[in-house]
Each structure stands twice: as structure tokens, then as C-alpha cells.
Write a protein that binds this ligand. Structure first.
Ligand code: PEP
Ligand code: MN
Length: 336
């Protein structure tokens, strides 16, 4: 249930409603908005009687929340969440492009790719330092050294960085170095990791589990918001299906559904969805067409020598061309 306060409601009236909710044995969660404050009621077992709150001073309306996820739902917060990283914003009408290699392999490799993608118009640099690999014999990432390289990339290029956190043990160090904390598909339902991310002071990029329904994905995001971190970016990265013409199947219809259900920004990862370089550009354009808030794309200057995901990494020239198309297409949506 959501209690929407009147535009001119006083702080005293807001406090009184919060106290009233708590006296009834529920948890009150005030949400400051641009126009007015709303107060969410959480941890109610069963339905809450709306008439209890309707006539309290300062209350405009009482809205029932019908979804299992509360704080991530549009019912709870109708306006888009905009995430700020320095002067960059993610969400709303913006289209944010994140690009870089699958894994940080060396300073030279990272800087080479970063210099290419920043020139093409990427806003954020991606690169894994701790890699979740299917085989224990595959390259596992440079660990802390990789994080240090990411910090250098940020310093040299001005791009904020995003990198994956795989576990509780390395959370603090990843949080220290990165601007956006990525939680990968394999950890989408690692609930203790989600709770830790909810305590972080940095935005979280939450990828969809490869076999997760939209409801399970939004419930995973709910864990992060419930712990106090409302800066969550959702990322559709393809789901497992029976096909073998691509690594995963990009669930393009998830974007309009999530945008309707949730106020959180949603971006698309065409690289892990496709697994094959040739499909990355068309899927990126499809993502722009359905008004995703951004893209995260793997790029490598020498994909044949890449230590992971070379087959799906774009050459810098391909990325450059794609960025031009993306920007042209996006401008169609933002033209007044
Ligand atoms: C990645 O982005 O590097 C990655 C491993 O992605 P996913 O979790 O979607 O497989
Ligand atoms: Mn990858």
C-alpha cells in the first residue's frame, strides 16, 4: 500500500502518518518525490485497510500495491528513476552506452580499447576483473590488478567504470574501485550478495538470470532496494532457450514489460545475448527501438586473441559504426 501525501503536506503531517503506520505494526518507508512525498507500507501480512489512512491530515490518496515487488514497482514510484554518476545520468530519455572488453587482460589492452570506445561515444567503460567462467581452467580475471587498471582507465579517459562482483569476500574491494557494481546472471538470485549490494553506496547493474522470469528478476532488485540502495539498473542479457543459432535469446519484449512494471532504468547486453559478433549490431538497434535506457557492448581490438568472449566482441571500427547508427536512431525518439 502506498500513501500519497498532498503537495502542501507539512513535515509534521508526514511524521504523524509514519507513526500511525508503525503503531499498527507495519513498516513505513517515506519516499521523497519531486512534487510530493509518498509513504510505502511494508511487511504487512495480508491486506491493509485503506480507510484507516484515507482521512489522516495531509493524505491525498491511498493506492493499493498489487504486485509482489513493492519498491521497484511503478505503483510505488510512478516516475522514472534517474541514476547520476558525476555529470552522467542513466534513465529517463537518456541512452547510455557502456563498452569495453569482456575481461581486463592487461593495462595496454584496456587502455587501447578504452581509447577507441571513448572516441566513438561510449559513456562508461566495462571490463571484468573477477570473471565467472564456466570452466575452472579458463582465464579467471586479473582480480585486484584488474580493478587498478580500471581506475587508471577512468583517470585517463574520464569514463566511469562498471565491473562485476562475484562474491561477498571481494565485495568491499570491488565497491572501492568501481563506479557501478555489476551482479552477473549467475548471481541474480544470490540473496546474500543482493543484500550486500543493497548496503553499497554505488549504483548496481543487475543482470537478468539466464533462466529467470521477469517477476523473479524484479524480486531480486527488490532485495537491493529493501536494504536501502535505490540505484539499480536492470540489464536484459538474454535467456536460455532451445536454439543454437545464438548463445542465448535476447528477450526484447522484456524491455517494454519492465518499463511498464518498474521505474528502474533498463539496459540491454546484446553481446552475451548473441554470443556471435554479427548479431550484436542488429540486436543493439532493436534495443534502441524498444526504448531501452542503454546498452552494454563487448569490444576488443584483437578479438581472436581475447582471453574471453572474443567471438562476440566487436572490432573497434564496427563499434564506431554502430554508435553512429544508435545515436541517429535514438535522436528520432528524443526529437521534440
Ligand atoms: C559479463 O558481462 O561479463 C558477464 C559475464 O555477463 P553475464 O553475467 O550476463 O553472463
Ligand atoms: Mn563476456
Amino acid at each position: 500500500m502506498l500513501i500519497v501525501m498532498k503537495h502542501l503536506a507539512t513535515q509534521d503531517q508526514i511524521d504523524c502518518v509514519v507513526k500511525f503506520i508503525e503503531k499498527k505494526g507495519y513498516t513505513a518507508r517515506p519516499i521523497p518525490g519531486g512534487e510530493r512525498v509518498s509513504i510505502g507500507i511494508l511487511y504487512n501480512k495480508g491486506s491493509v485497510d485503506a480507510s484507516l489512512f484515507q482521512n489522516l491530515p495531509g493524505v491525498k490518496e491511498v493506492i493499493p500495491i498489487t504486485r509482489p515487488y513493492k519498491q521497484v514497482s511503478r505503483e510505488f514510484k510512478p516516475e522514472d528513476t534517474i541514476i547520476r554518476i558525476g555529470s552522467l545520468t542513466i534513465g529517463g530519455k537518456d541512452l547510455t552506452i557502456m563498452a569495453g572488453p569482456c575481461a581486463i587482460e592487461s593495462e595496454k589492452q584496456a587502455m587501447t580499447i578504452a581509447n577507441h570506445v571513448v572516441k566513438s561515444g561510449a559513456h562508461i567503460f566495462r571490463g571484468g576483473a573477477f570473471k565467472p567462467r564456466t570452466s575452472p581452467y579458463s582465464f579467471q580475471g586479473l582480480g585486484e590488478e584488474g580493478l587498478k587498471i580500471l581506475a587508471k582507465v577512468r583517470k585517463e579517459t574520464g569514463m566511469p567504470v562498471v565491473t562485476e562482483v562475484m562474491d561477498f569476500q571481494t565485495f568491499d574491494i570491488v565497491e572501492e574501485y568501481t563506479d557501478i557494481i555489476q551482479i552477473g546472471t549467475r548471481n541474480m538470485q544470490n540473496f546474500s550478495l543482493l543484500r550486500r549490494a543493497g548496503k553499497a553506496k554505488k549504483p548496481v547493474l543487475l543482470k537478468r538470470g539466464m533462466a529467470a522470469t521477469i517477476e523473479e528478476w524484479l524480486m531480486a532488485a527488490e532485495y537491493i532496494l529493501e536494504e536501502g540502495n535505490s540505484q539499480v539498473i536492470l540489464c536484459e542479457r538474454g535467456v536460455r532457450t532451445f536454439v543454437n543459432h545464438s548463445r542465448n535469446t535476447l528477450d526484447i519484449s522484456a524491455i517494454p514489460v519492465v518499463k511498464k512494471e518498474s521505474h528502474l532504468p533498463i539496459i540491454v547486453d546484446p553481446s552475451h545475448a548473441a554470443g556471435i559478433r554479427d548479431q550484436v549490431a542488429p540486436l543493439s538497434l532493436a534495443a534502441v527501438a524498444v526504448e531501452a535506457n542503454g546498452l552494454i557492448i563487448e569490444v576488443h581490438h584483437a578479438p581472436d586473441e581475447a582471453l574471453s568472449d572474443g567471438a562476440q566482441s566487436l572490432y573497434p571500427e564496427q563499434f564506431d559504426l554502430l554508435c553512429q547508427k544508435i545515436k541517429t536512431m535514438h535522436s528520432l525518439f528524443t526529437r521534440q
